[in-house]
Design a protein around this ligand. Structure first.
Ligand SMILES: O=C[C@H](O)COP(=O)(O)O
Length: 318
């Protein structure tokens, strides 16, 4: 029997048990290296996986020079992510292919909404993205305004100093406040893992955010020196797995920042499949935050289609 999807909520688990979390860095790095060195998806399945990857993308623009025009074009691309000739060549006419969501700054929500009109979720980065160093009052208000403007998903940034000083209660309280301010909107907690120094901190921050009700945990803003990596992802998805085993809540995962190649997307999808199973390969539990990944996926699918055409053409020759 399939289990109904239960929305995550603050569990009140005792923060004291974080002291027992230990991460084997060498093992995570070994596993990451083995993923990097093997073909993660068989060649004949790659096109299908890449089409699936499109549906997992939070198509993102988070630049200081964003304009309403750029956001509108992004949204049109999110609704029709592949060129018509590719859609036809891949036999996807009936699929209504779209990205998972679009991800924009607060000021751009209404411009995105104008194009999307409810056909795709809008994720907004709120809480003083990317550093998160405005006042708590300002950050909570920003969430409320983003929800009021039409964002169905809020990507919050945690206050890194709470992790760096080991103040887990402060991180928990902050996350609970964000969760409440989001109301019905889904909340993704950006850990900014590149700022957190150790994998152990990444694991603990993942746990605290999940315990406080985050629907997703997300690696990065895309603005840190180091953004999504496979070792960090292994630590985070294993925290998600253990959290599910302890509480029954399924929390989603979002690697973000620097995921720009089809090959990298396949690696992250393989991590999800192998560590959490097929259910975590769906957009309600897995997103890839990326601004340029779609371009490379489109390019690879074009190669696939052209390759097939050449093969068919060669067969047709006497
Ligand atoms: O949340 C998404 C990231 O900001 C996107 O980063 P990217 O521009 O490196 O793909």
């Amino acid at each position: 029997m399939t289990q109904d999807f239960k929305r995550n909520e603050a569990t009140g688990l005792d923060l004291g048990w974080l002291n027992h979390i230990h991460v084997n860095k060498a093992a995570a790095e070994r596993r990451a290296a083995s993923l990097a060195n093997r073909r993660t998806v068989k060649k004949e399945y790659q096109a299908a996986w890449l089409v699936k990857a499109i549906e997992l993308i939070d198509l993102t623009t988070l630049s200081g020079d964003d304009t309403p025009g750029r956001v509108e074009r992004l949204c049109m691309k999110a609704l029709r992510p592949l060129r018509t000739d590719l859609v036809e060549a891949l036999g996807l006419q009936e699929r209504n292919l779209k990205t998972g969501a679009v991800c924009v700054y607060h000021e751009m929500i209404r411009h995105a909404d104008k194009v999307l009109q409810g056909r795709l979720p809008i994720a907004a980065v709120s809480t003083g993205f990317p550093a998160g160093l405005t006042s708590m009052e300002t950050k909570v208000r920003e969430i409320e305004l983003s929800v009021a403007d039409g964002a169905q998903e809020i990507d919050i940034v945690i206050t890194r100093q709470h992790v760096l000083t080991g103040n887990w209660q402060a991180l928990y309280d902050e996350m609970v406040a964000y969760r409440q301010a989001c109301g019905e909107a889904h909340v993704k907690a950006i850990l900014a893992t590149g700022d957190l120094v150790t994998l152990e901190n990444v694991a603990k921050a993942s746990w605290v955010c999940m315990m406080a009700g985050a629907d997703f945990i997300k690696t990065s803003t895309g603005k840190e020196g180091v953004n999504a990596t496979i070792p960090v992802s292994l630590v985070m998805v294993r925290a998600i797995r253990e959290y599910y085993e302890r509480t029954g809540f399924k929390v989603g995962y979002k690697p973000a920042g620097g995921v720009s190649t089809a090959k990298a997307a396949l690696q992250y999808m393989t991590v999800m499949k192998e560590e959490l199973g097929n259910e975590w390969l769906e957009p309600h539990l897995f997103r890839i935050g990326a601004s340029s990944l779609l371009t490379d996926i489109e390019r690879q699918l074009e190669h696939h289609v052209t390759g097939n055409y050449s093969a068919a053409h060669r067969h047709a020759q006497p």
